[in-house]
Ligand binder design. Structure first.
Ligand SMILES: *Cc1c(COP(=O)(O)O)cnc(C)c1O
Length: 366
């Protein structure tokens, strides 16, 4: 069996052990004579799956009892609407931090529902850093403050969670949830599409403080009301059952690995390897300010689009795939989520150095 190192930003790599386990259980799950995909979402076997998935996530992230965990659909993009539809109930206004493409989309959507203010941005510098956010910038009457903890396209991440005082902090954590330890109690609501660090696409995880549930307007569609999913244990209608099962396997894998503390250590090691290589290189560099660098998505560029294209093409022949940068940024991007092994990053770094030496020699012999 030939596996490649897939540097895709999402859907992205899943741990090999998880895929193998899913493969073993595929056609006959625990002697049921069925696959998980064929199980009723009301069956005992599936009830066990969703209960364990929630339990494991609570354990991994140390989620306090005053928070609900919801397994829903619609992706992070649907949360761009659900958050304002549910949370703007008191004063109808919210403060957003604009740190890139996904923040922008969240802001645009929220503006349909209330009075949305952008309190900080790094747009003037192509989103290459995370702007300072402090309490004095926040409207004490805002119903919430929204941030994107990791900017998948731009390769930036908050190094510390801003203190928003009594105003609930809402975070799009799609591309760095479960990558390191975090203090859930600092947030009112956390959401993440699954396809980066949790499991296959189709599942969205929402972690919400109980007091923030129940504030949607009468006209809010049932499926877009957090209360619906909270009161039914994410079983109001058919949830993405296979995605929840896969997420459970990923949570087990993370627990076996030593939890988020250990995962964070490995992620810092992987990112350091790549950032160090970029520091040393005279061909490639990181466009992101040092104090704002992501551990998950690492964009890099040479000074020639032709070299960038050659790099992406040749890397593919070495089993290093999906390294092309996002169309809005150009160059390359290596997404090195939890499931990317250290060896994958090592292979990339070795290839970068080989590519650089080869092309330097070629240049000199001209
Ligand atoms: C991928 C991504 C999204 C979009 O997720 P979907 O599940 O495709 O809607 C939103 N925010 C961030 C930070 C992302 O990385």
């Amino acid at each position: 069996m030939e596996r490649i190192f897939n540097f895709s930003a999402g859907p992205s790599m899943l741990p090999l052990q998880v895929l193998e386990k899913a493969g073993q259980e595929l056609v006959n799950y625990r002697n049921s004579g069925m696959s998980v995909m064929e199980l009723s979402h009301r069956s005992n076997l599936f009830t066990d799956i969703i209960t364990e998935a929630e339990q494991l996530l609570r354990e991994l992230m140390a989620i306090p009892d005053s928070y609900k965990v919801l397994f829903i659909q619609g992706g992070a993009s649907q949360q761009f609407a659900m958050v304002p539809m549910n949370l703007l109930g008191k004063n109808g206004k919210a403060d957003y931090v604009n740190t890139g493409s996904w923040s922008k989309k969240a802001i645009k959507e929220a503006k349909k529902f209330g009075d949305i203010r952008v309190i900080a941005t790094s747009e003037e510098a192509n989103f290459t850093y995370i702007p300072e956010v402090d309490r004095t910038m926040i409207d004490p009457e805002a119903d919430y403050v929204h941030i994107t903890t990791n900017n998948t396209i731009e390769g930036t991440a908050y190094q510390a969670i801003p203190d928003t005082g009594n105003v609930p902090l809402v975070a799009d954590m799609s591309s760095n949830i479960l990558s390191d330890e975090i203090d859930v109690s600092k947030f009112g609501l956390i959401y993440a599409g699954a396809q980066k660090n949790i499991g296959p696409a189709g599942l969205t995880v929402v972690i919400i403080r109980e007091d923030l549930i129940g504030g949607a307007q009468e006209t809010c569609p049932t499926m877009l009301d957090y209360k619906t999913h909270s009161e039914s244990g994410s079983l109001y209608n058919t949830p993405p059952t296979y995605g929840i099962y896969m997420a459970k396997l990923v949570f087990e894998w993370l627990k076996d690995l030593g939890g988020l503390k250990e995962m964070g250590k490995i992620n810092r090691e992987k990112a350091k390897k790549l950032y160090d290589a970029l520091e040393e290189s005279s061909m490639f560099s990181s466009p992101v300010r040092k104090d704002s660098r992501s551990l998950m998505n690492i964009p890099f560029v040479s000074d020639s689009p032709d070299l960038d294209a050659a790099f992406v093409k040749e890397a593919k022949t070495k089993g290093l795939e999906t390294l092309k940068g996002h169309r809005s940024v150009g160059g390359m991007r290596a997404s090195i989520y939890n499931a990317m092994p250290v060896e994958g990053v090592q292979s990339l770094v070795t290839f970068m150095s080989d590519f650089e030496n080869y092309n330097k020699q070629k240049e000199e012999s001209k």
